[in-house]
Design a protein around this ligand. Structure first.
Ligand SMILES: Nc1ncnc2c1ncn2[C@@H]1O[C@H](COP(=O)(O)OP(=O)(O)OP(=O)(O)O)[C@@H](O)[C@H]1O
Length: 573
């Protein structure tokens, strides 16, 4: 594959370690007070966030965006793609310049749109924006299906004398929720959009999400046409507007950025520019590359595509399929791990593994819980909180959590099953060694997995780390405990099968009666005890959810309404 020139010749982000050791008396060039481009309100917000210095990606990207945006029209800044390791601080790299630029002029319009693949990530980025905006008049809004559409619409817009006014300046959302609002929210306008941020860009460019871009583009295009209809400007200016006038400045971020020209083309990037970080081996390769003839067509992957944090130690542990849960148990015990995330390739494996581990750790202070698509969003949030507080030591996750989530103080990431794709591996291991902290990633490998795993790493320019071993006697040592745990698992699976059978019978009985009566109306006397328990639990859950949904949360509304009112009055003046 031949790379386009902008991917082949990136701007290298200098800086190496996130926590460099400074010699005595040496001035820290990355200290916040040494950054002349940061406004006072940003410095003070960073102080509250306990951020004392900028990370390399932030030092490279923030001043570049500020400078590009400060050039007068009709200059249009180049769109940028930023590829930097997990945990290297990409969120602040786009949030700081956006807040600083938007705060210069407050208007009742959505001027920045930040799109993330899943609700949890959107919430995380929303919190960062909210913290940065705390010293400004800017309002940030989260649209992510965690609230009803009507409640989100209320947060977003206000109708005054027949005209819709935006209550917010920055919207953080997911692709699906954005499309919901583009279709269903009257008055939702992005015609003043100045920034479009796509975080975890490679994931968002995947086929499933493609049509959100189409809808957004259509929306921006149609508002540009409406605008042009009323413009009495010279033809050349109209042409300029038509060609790119209404397109926002696009900022793409990821730890594993796509280099697929077709996917990138969908984003219609304007003279794109790539920023990338390199590790030591890649820096040497880049130096050799620049020695080559500049005219030569570059090929293959862009350098720095798969870098992991400098502080990350990668290891593997050889085991057998039948002993995998026991190997994991022994590793945790042997090494005294207190904060570990363990990834599996499927939700079912996460579920079974978590059950077996709970049995194995029954008499120990180690508490493990599952964190997968099987848990509700509220459950996931609660478990993450408990993990952060230290009341849960291990979380057994499917890959839903592998990307972007910033879980505090994870010491160890274990791949219970080897990741099938390098991107999955990079994002999994990136849950540790974040923000310059130390961290270790361990992959459990059977003999069969080994060659494939090695090949995957080599293809990405990485090498297998050291081998970590467990005592060969684990099977004998824990024979009784392990047997009991596996027997409990077998019993549980049998029970689950029985419950499913009962459920199936019940459904077919209902279908036969041709009367799909609501569950709440079913006469209790005709149900078996098991059915009755399930029925009661379902009814309770249903009424709980519906009574919650019926109560719109208005806690923050009065304050926001007054602010918007005064902003609107200012505008009218
Ligand atoms: N300059 C800084 N100083 C100290 N901590 C920082 C700094 N910048 C970011 N952080 C912290 O580093 C952690 C990781 O940041 P962030 O989530 O932005 O990383 P990321 O590069 O987006 O990672 P991923 O690719 O996994 O999403 C966060 O906890 C954040 O608060």
């Amino acid at each position: 594959m031949v790379l386009p020139a902008w991917l082949a010749h990136p701007t290298i982000i200098e800086g190496g370690s996130l926590k460099p050791e400074l010699a005595e008396g040496e001035v820290d060039a990355a200290a916040i007070k040494a950054q002349p481009f940061l406004e006072k309100h940003i410095r003070s917000a960073l102080k509250q966030l306990k951020i004392k210095r900028l990370f390399p990606v932030q030092r490279a990207v923030i001043p570049w965006i500020l400078e590009a945006q400060n050039k007068p029209e009709p200059f249009r800044p180049r769109d940028i793609c930023v590829s930097a390791p997990t945990g290297s601080g990409k969120t602040l790299a786009f949030a700081i310049p956006i807040v600083q630029l938007l705060a210069q002029r407050v208007e009742c319009k959505v001027r920045a749109l930040v799109v993330l693949p899943v609700a949890e990530l959107a919430l995380q980025v929303y919190k960062v924006f909210s913290a940065l905006c705390s010293q400004t008049e800017l309002e940030v809004c989260l649209l992510s299906k965690q609230q009803r559409l009507e409640d989100e619409q209320q947060k977003l817009l206000e109708l005054y004398k027949g005209v819709y006014y935006s209550k917010v300046d920055i919207v953080v959302t997911t692709p699906g929720r954005l499309v919901d609002h583009l279709h269903a929210t009257k008055g939702f306008s992005l015609k003043s959009l100045q920034f479009l941020v796509i975080d975890e860009a490679d994931r968002i460019m995947d086929a499933v999400f493609q049509n959100w871009l189409y809808h957004l583009d259509e929306h921006v295009r149609s508002t540009a046409d409406q605008l042009l209809a009323g413009v009495q400007a010279p033809l050349c200016y109209q042409q300029l507007l038509q060609s790119y006038g209404q397109q926002p400045h696009k900022l793409l971020f990821s730890a594993t950025l796509s280099q697929d020209p077709e996917k990138l083309q969908n984003l219609k990037l304007f003279q794109p520019k790539l920023f990338t970080t390199l590790d030591a081996a890649q820096t040497a390769a880049a130096a050799a590359e620049t020695a080559l003839d500049e005219e030569e067509e570059p090929s293959g992957q862009f350098i720095g595509k798969y870098t992991t944090p400098a502080e990350l130690v990668e290891q593997h542990c050889l085991t057998e399929v039948r002993l995998k849960p026991l190997t994991l148990f022994a590793l945790v015990q042997q090494n005294g791990w207190k904060r570990f995330l363990c990834f599996t390739n499927s939700t079912d494996t996460a579920d079974r593994l978590c059950f077996v581990l709970k049995q194995l750790f029954e008499d120990s202070p180690i508490k493990v819980e599952q964190l997968s698509a099987k848990c509700s969003a509220a459950q996931r949030a609660q478990r993450l909180n408990e993990f952060a507080r230290g009341s849960i030591q291990g979380l057994i996750c499917s890959d839903a959590l592998a990307r972007g989530i910033d879980v505090a103080n994870v010491d160890i990431v274990i791949s219970y099953e080897a990741a099938r794709h390098i991107k999955t591996y990079i994002h999994r291991v990136g849950r540790t060694a974040r923000a310059g902290q130390a961290g270790t990633a361990i992959t459990l490998l059977t003999e069969k997995d080994q060659a494939q795993f090695k090949q995957m790493l080599n293809a990405a320019g990485k090498r297998m780390g050291e081998e970590l071993s467990v005592s060969p006697d684990i099977e004998v040592q824990h024979a009784v405990l392990y047997k009991r745990a596996l027997e409990a698992l077998r019993q549980r699976q049998e029970n689950q099968k029985n419950v499913q059978k009962v459920q199936k019978m019940r459904n077919s009985r209902k279908a036969a009666a041709h009367k799909p009566a609501p569950a709440a109306a079913a006469p209790a006397g005709q149900l078996t005890l098991m059915e009755q328990l399930q029925h009661n639990a379902a009814s309770q859950l249903w009424s709980k959810q519906h009574s919650k949904a019926a109560k719109p949360t208005k806690a923050a509304q009065p304050k926001q309404q007054t602010q918007v009112k005064s902003r609107r009055q200012n505008m009218e003046k």
